[in-house]
Design a protein. Structure first.
Length: 96
């Protein structure tokens, strides 16, 4: 049984929808499935991502799947997926 629950924020869910809009439903499904599979590792290993540098006190971490950076935080028994960032964009667009 997993140790941590995965909570998708509205922003992260919207990011998945943007991926679908950008790639088209058929092409996006494979990419989204890979992102979701990568996120599942956080159920047991929330520290497996690297620390994301930010200007805030909140510690963010990230995993990479393909061209996408999965930004998340964790507390007690929950992992919050905050955003899915396409790394082909200008890095200054990433706001966490």
């Amino acid at each position: 049984m997993p140790n941590y629950s995965i909570i998708w924020t509205n922003e992260a869910f919207d990011d998945l929808l943007l991926i679908e809009d950008f790639l088209g439903f058929d092409n996006a499904q494979k990419t989204i499935d890979k992102i979701i599979a990568r996120v599942r590792q956080l159920e047991d290993f929330p520290l497996s991502g690297k620390v994301q540098p930010t200007q805030t006190k909140q510690e963010y971490r990230f995993l990479v799947e393909g061209n996408y950076k999965i930004i998340y935080t964790y507390r007690t028994s929950k992992v919050y997926i905050n955003t899915i960032f396409d790394t082909r964009q200008d890095p200054d667009k990433l706001k966490v």
